[in-house]
Design a protein around this ligand. Structure first.
Ligand code: PMP
Length: 361
């Protein structure tokens, strides 16, 4: 038998494996909290659990490939035709399909940096070249620089609004100006994973922007505000050719029936879920104000997390948080992202941040 291993694509050598936020590992005698993956700290609603468990009774069957009930519910909720919708295995699955639908070797996919870690990964898996445009000093998208970085090879541009991990937003006027500058044969993906947490009224709803623009797609998820991260279900809204391409490139049966039914139940319980989002937003305000009082200068966040631009101290701060019982997410050497979680978890984080500041600054 030959000793050689199968030939893998050379491009894979440069692609890091996606690193999830670390799980919370409790130190002896202590509760540990996970503030490392921008999850919703609330458990699923009883009605959602009920639907999910009922669907689980048919796990010997494949799910509805077309996600019919979910698509109809989304179409009604967002006022878009069903033909403009696509669902996927989390919005990250759709992000991968969007890149695969538009870009290959020799093509460029542009996004701000730092932004969502999956963008460079899905770009390189497709064999395309990532073009990473630095955020401004205050952690926001530099849309002028992005417009200037467009080349004949640009095929797709991600705009993450609010941006993960800085939490910053782009406003309606600047985004519309940018969209007007992008040639119409380049797809612009507005990744709105955290849109329900926005309270700044100048931030546009991507769905308003997509309606008159065939080259704009909106990416949404059930993982954050709707609290279904473990279900892996997201959706995109885009004009028909793009939505149809997404349905072609998605992994068949990538959204389980359990996930579909839980997502439908969540949409129907939206008032209650958005009430929880309101509580998390109040917690965010409390955390942001406490950090400011401690002397931290942070980018303005509109998401369910805060960003501490700690630079080289990122690892040390992360270790201090873990020692205190909260797991946070370092992005060395830039900073640390901390999810807004349970009140007790936020309190531990705030106490750690205060002590760290006193010691290091
Ligand atoms: N977009 C952004 C900006 C995110 O932060 C995340 C999750 N961290 C996703 C997309 C993917 O979420 P999911 O696959 O769970 O829908």
């Amino acid at each position: 038998m030959s000793e050689t291993s199968p030939k893998l694509r050379a491009v894979l050598d440069n692609i890091p494996t996606y690193k999830p936020g670390k799980p919370a590992a409790a130190a002896e005698g202590r509760v540990a909290y996970k503030l490392s993956s921008n999850e919703n700290p609330y458990p699923p609603l009883p009605g959602v659990m009920e639907k999910a468990l009922a669907a689980a009774a048919n796990l010997n069957r494949y799910p509805d490939l077309a996600c019919t009930e979910l698509m109809n519910e989304l179409a009604e909720r967002f006022g878009v035709p069903v033909t403009h919708l696509a669902t996927g295995t989390g919005s990250v699955g759709i992000a991968q399909s969007l890149v695969q639908s538009t870009a290959g070797p020799g093509d460029e996919v542009m996004f701000a940096w730092r932004s969502f870690e999956a963008y460079p990964i899905v770009t390189q898996i497709a064999g395309a070249t990532p073009v990473m445009v630095p955020l401004t000093e205050d952690g926001t998208h530099d849309l002028d620089a992005m417009a200037e970085a467009i080349t004949e090879r640009t095929r797709l541009i991600f705009v993450c609004n609010p941006n993960n991990p800085t939490g910053t937003v782009v406003h309606r006027e600047e985004l519309e100006r940018f969209l007007d500058r992008v040639p119409s044969d380049i797809l612009i993906v507005l990744d709105e994973a955290y849109i329900e947490f926005i309270r700044d009224s100048e931030v546009p709803n991507g769905i308003d922007l997509y309606r008159d623009r065939p080259n704009v797609a909106v990416l949404r998820t059930f993982s954050k505000a709707y609290g279904l991260a473990g279900m892996r279900v997201g959706f995109a809204i885009a004009h028909e050719p793009v939505a149809a391409a997404l349905r072609k490139t998605a992994v068949p049966f990538g959204v389980t029936q359990v996930a579909q039914d839980a997502a439908v139940a969540s949409l129907r319980a939206e008032d209650e879920l958005l009430g929880r989002v309101g509580s998390l937003v109040s917690e965010r305000t409390r955390v942001v104000e406490a950090l400011a009082a401690q002397g931290w200068e942070l980018p303005v966040t509109q998401a369910n997390f805060v960003w501490l631009p700690l630079g080289e101290l990122s690892g040390e701060f992360t270790a201090a948080c873990e020692e205190a019982g909260v797991v946070v997410r370092p992005f060395a050497p830039d900073g640390v992202r901390v999810t807004i979680g349970e009140v007790e978890a936020n309190d531990i984080f705030l106490r750690t941040a205060e002590a760290f500041r006193k010691e290091k600054f």
